[in-house]
Ligand binder design. Structure first.
Ligand SMILES: Nc1nc2c(c(=O)[nH]1)N[C@@H](CN(C=O)c1ccc(C(=O)N[C@@H](CCC(=O)O)C(=O)O)cc1)CN2
Ligand SMILES: NCC(=O)N[C@@H]1O[C@H](COP(=O)([O-])[O-])[C@@H](O)[C@H]1O
Length: 295
């Protein structure tokens, strides 16, 4: 019988590692053949656990469904909680969505540092209210205290960053950082790339170009970052309609709402290690609900 439950350690023996988590892959060595086995799926698609039902308290929706004392060895491999660096230049609404989703447990990762080229922007101000460190990059005449590329690489290394999330960041990411974080830097762009992307295409300029073109659809694209603007491998897109009487602001608001949803979904997949690379180099996302489904 399968049960959706989180596993709680009930054994008083402190040498047995804590196994209370819905996101752990647990491999329990059966202490003797007379223990029954059943596969218990926690709510993480990869974590199937051999659950010594006589030994583990399983709780489903707060209701204790099995209760016993734990004996035997437990060895486990876990998907480590990821550390994120979020890069911003503007209002920071995408960063806020990602940060709130982390706090709600929808993203198995934590924003440990924010990087910006504009120390007074909304994203940096929000980070300060949440006690997230803010560092400046690059060094410019407006931001003379900004880091160099090599200083940034070293600093992010000290933070033990797993993924870099560009969220409205408007400067070109240097090759040195791209090489240091291969396949680990993503960006969100407010059009259906490759259309309306590249140097000069950012913010409202993108939405104005979409409307002027007569395009009937637009939407956010999330892509891996390479050394050029907006040419990295596409990871996810969503489509929104362009209405006949849309002003650029109307379209921007419609796209931004979809950006917030899509970025949380994609960052959650990154942190869950659910990115799969197709043989031709296209990155796909493995569904959380159905691990056999890629999209
Ligand atoms: N190496 C990369 N760096 C960045 C990428 C990328 O794909 N590869 N994406 C951008 C974000 N972006 C589009 O998604 C983007 C941002 C800015 C520009 C642009 O033309 N910027 C202007 C300067 C704007 C300013 O400083 O106010 C410019 O460079 O002239 C285009 C696309 C983030 N970095
Ligand atoms: N080419 C890059 C670009 O235009 N990025 C766009 O800047 C906005 C940032 O909003 P936010 O600061 O509220 O997240 C977002 O719409 C994002 O797609």
């Amino acid at each position: 019988m399968e049960a959706q439950c989180s596993l709680y350690r009930v054994c008083p023996n402190p040498s047995v590692p804590l196994i209370r988590s819905p996101n752990h892959l647990l491999l329990l060595k059966l202490p003797s053949p007379n223990y029954s086995r059943s596969i218990v799926r926690t709510n993480h698609p990869y974590s199937h656990s051999v659950c010594l039902r006589e030994n583990i308290a399983c709780r489903k929706n707060g209701q204790m469904i099995v209760n016993a004392s734990l004996e035997g060895e437990v060895s486990r491999s876990v998907i480590r909680k990821k550390k994120l660096a979020v890069f911003v230049s503007g209002g920071g609404s995408n960063f806020r969505s990602i940060h709130e989703a982390s706090l709600e447990g929808l993203i198995y990762g934590e924003t440990v540092v924010v990087v910006t080229n504009r120390s007074g922007c909304g994203g940096a101000e929000y980070a300060r209210t949440k006690n997230v460190p803010v560092i400046l990059f690059p060094k410019t005449k407006d931001e003379p205290h900004g880091l160099s590329a090599s200083e940034l690489v070293a600093t992010l290394g000290n933070f033990e960053i797993d993924f870099i999330i560009l969220a409205g960041y408007l400067k070109l990411i240097p090759l040195e950082l791209i090489q240091a974080y291969s396949k680990s830097i993503v960006n969100i762009h407010p059009s259906l790339l490759p259309a309306f992307g590249g140097k000069g295409y950012y913010g409202m300029k993108v939405h104005k170009a979409v409307i002027d073109s007569g395009a009937r659809f637009s939407g956010p694209t999330i892509h891996l970052v390479d050394e050029h603007f907006d040419t990295g491998r596409i990871l996810a897109q969503r489509v929104v309609p362009v209405l006949a009487n849309d002003a650029a602001e109307d379209l921007a608001a419609r796209v931004l709402k979809e950006e917030h949803r899509l970025y949380v979904e994609v960052v959650a997949a990154l942190c869950d290690e659910r990115i799969v690379w197709r043989a031709d180099g296209v990155p796909l996302i493995r569904s959380k609900e159905n691990p056999n489904e890629l999209y």
